[in-house]
Design a protein around this ligand. Structure first.
Ligand code: PEP
Ligand code: MG
Length: 559
């Protein structure tokens, strides 16, 4: 069977399917305080709505593919999704027993399935299987933020197939036997996809229904560059893909000869190429690919991968170790960007209808000053090594910068009193990833030492396209003129104020945009390590003057 999805991380994997199910046996009972019951019920209803949406999509696809009236099963699914016994009773359990939605639903699901299975009527018995399948989908939506997988039990050469994979799941893959993953949902700049690229795990997302069409142990091929996934390939296909895999690896190796060479255009313009990392274990790869520093260390992964708040000392050790390993190059650590698709188990986020535009990143940090202060103190202490810079994510307005700076000043005073050393002039930067920040960059630039453009979010918020939603992925365009104008505006204004600008969004790692970014005068480009040699090759063969002319004609005569 051949599936076509969104290619998110290049490379070819030839292995065996491992269906990652977040099964009922992993569901823990959690008591929910009375004042949170309403939002727990709302969370359950959201999972139902999302499942209904899945079902409509699958039905449409089946109709498109087989061209006839879809089977009655969809009618059945719709009926169950409105079914009082399954849905209202679950809500009653949540309310009456003050328990979490997963637990309440799994109890009710078991009951309905066992009642149906006990019936003599074969048709109804068959429906028990449909309900189990549907229940699995609902549970997958409910559990999309939990990490309950036993990673060390996964057999080697496994290709994980799942409805959804969280960023936390992805960080677990590298140290285990997983050679690739594919999912039903997800877009190209989701954090899961970014991580796959960073960790060099071939991956395809947005396959819609692959998780319910494969079984564990089945042979599978994943082509992360084209988005093609093949199950039960014949011998000839396997031979062809082995050849493709060799070609991919040879190409990667041939780019390695560029690692020692400077990143300079044919007419002498230098651009620094830095690495984005999520976990300190990526440092050797960053250095191996010739990174001239770390342009973005997503520090939230320290929180995401932990069951409790990491202490100041634990955080300090991690930050200091990254800084030491990167000396003499600089390291930009971004304060935690938790929220939306990145959750930490021990931080209770408010139940929000639209988390992408809700309590996320610096907004959350400012709501949790104690947690934030712990991180700030750890960062300040690591700044003593000398190559650290910090930056703040998701800045909406200059007031947020001022509030964060006050917390830094407070922490500096404390450390001084305690006699702990730190860099008094620690460079301080802001991420420009919300249009309001780009358009008021003059105010923000005056408060900071450097700026870094996060195009993943800038594109999302400018074009109103959810970056993890594959349904609107076709509108997610880095080359949209609005995006190019915002970037150009930020660079012009920041440079007038003497502040350097880097780009750490995924746009920086795409070779098709390199010419325009160099022509727009970005000072640094930061990307997944694997992309560095490819981008360097382009820069070393291009003329800066030509790139500038291209930008002048293309972006706008005004900027
Ligand atoms: C961005 O938004 O471009 C960015 C680099 O931050 P993140 O992808 O972590 O949201
Ligand atoms: Mg961002």
């Amino acid at each position: 069977m051949i599936f076509k999805g969104i290619p998110v991380s290049p490379g070819i994997a030839i292995g065996k399917v491992f269906v990652m199910e977040k099964e009922a046996k992993n569901i823990h009972k959690r008591s929910v305080p009375q004042n949170e019951i309403k939002s727990e019920v709302a969370r359950f209803r959201k999972a139902i709505v999302e499942t209904k949406r899945d079902i409509i999509e699958i039905e449409k696809k089946v109709k498109r593919e087989i061209g006839s009236k879809p089977s009655q099963i969809f009618e059945g699914y719709r009926m169950f999704l409105n079914d009082k016994v399954l849905i209202s009773e679950t809500e009653d359990i949540i309310r009456k027993q003050n328990v979490n939605a997963e637990f309440a639903f799994s109890m009710q699901l078991k009951k309905v399935i066992s009642d149906l299975s006990a019936l003599k009527n074969d048709y109804l018995k068959e429906r028990a299987r449909d309900i189990a399948e549907l229940g699995h989908r609902i549970m997958a939506h409910l559990l999309s933020c939990d990490d309950e997988i036993k990673w060390d039990e996964i057999p080697s050469d496994s290709v994980v197939v799942a409805h959804n994979i969280t960023p936390a799941d992805t960080t677990n893959m590298k140290s285990n036997a997983v050679i690739s993953f594919v999912t039903d949902v997800g877009g190209k700049t989701s954090h899961t996809a970014i991580l796959a690229r960073s960790l060099e795990i071939p991956a395809v997302t947005g396959l819609r229904n692959i998780s319910s069409n494969v079984r564990t142990g089945q042979p599978i091929i994943v082509d992360g560059a084209s988005g093609i996934v093949i199950t039960d390939p014949d011998e000839e296909t396997v031979i062809n893909y082995k050849r493709e895999r060799k070609k991919f690896l040879d190409e990667k190796n041939s780019l390695r000869r560029l690692i020692e060479m400077p990143t300079v255009t044919t007419d002498g313009r230098n651009i620094s190429l830095m690495a984005n990392i999520e976990i300190p274990e990526e440092i050797p790869t960053a250095l191996a690919y010739g990174a001239e520093g770390i342009g973005l260390y997503r520090s939230e992964y320290i929180f995401i991968n932990s069951d409790r708040l990491p202490t100041e000392d634990e955080q300090y050790e991690k930050y200091a170790s990254v800084c030491r390993k990167m000396l003499p190059h600089s390291v930009i650590i971004r304060t935690f960007d938790i929220g939306a698709d990145k959750m930490a188990k021990f931080i209770e986020l408010p139940e929000e209808p639209n988390p992408i535009m809700g309590t996320r990143a610096v907004r959350l940090s400012l709501k949790l000053p104690e947690v934030f202060k712990t991180q700030i103190r750890a960062l300040l202490r690591a700044s003593e090594i000398g190559n650290l810079k910090v930056m703040i994510p998701m800045i909406t307005n200059v007031l947020e910068i001022k509030k964060v700076k006050m917390l830094f000043e407070e922490a500096k005073r404390e450390l001084k009193d305690e006699g702990k050393p730190f860099n008094e002039n620690l460079p301080f930067g802001a991420m420009i990833e919300i249009p309001s920040a780009a358009l008021t960059v003059d105010l923000i630039a005056r408060e900071v030492d450097f700026l870094s453009i996060g195009t993943n979010d800038l594109i999302q918020y400018t074009l109103a396209v959810d970056r993890v939603n594959e349904n609107v992925g076709y509108l997610y365009e880095p080359m949209n003129l609005s995006i190019l104008r915002l970037i150009k505006w930020v660079v012009i204004v920041a440079h007038q104020l003497g502040k350097p600008v880097s780009m750490c969004g995924e746009m920086a790692s795409d070779p098709s945009f390199t010419k325009i970014l160099v022509g727009m005068d970005l000072d640094e480009l930061s990307m997944s390590s694997i992309a560095i040699p490819k981008i360097k090759k382009i820069i070393r063969t291009m003329r800066y003057k030509e790139a500038k002319e291209f930008v002048r004609d293309f972006v706008s005569p005004l900027v």
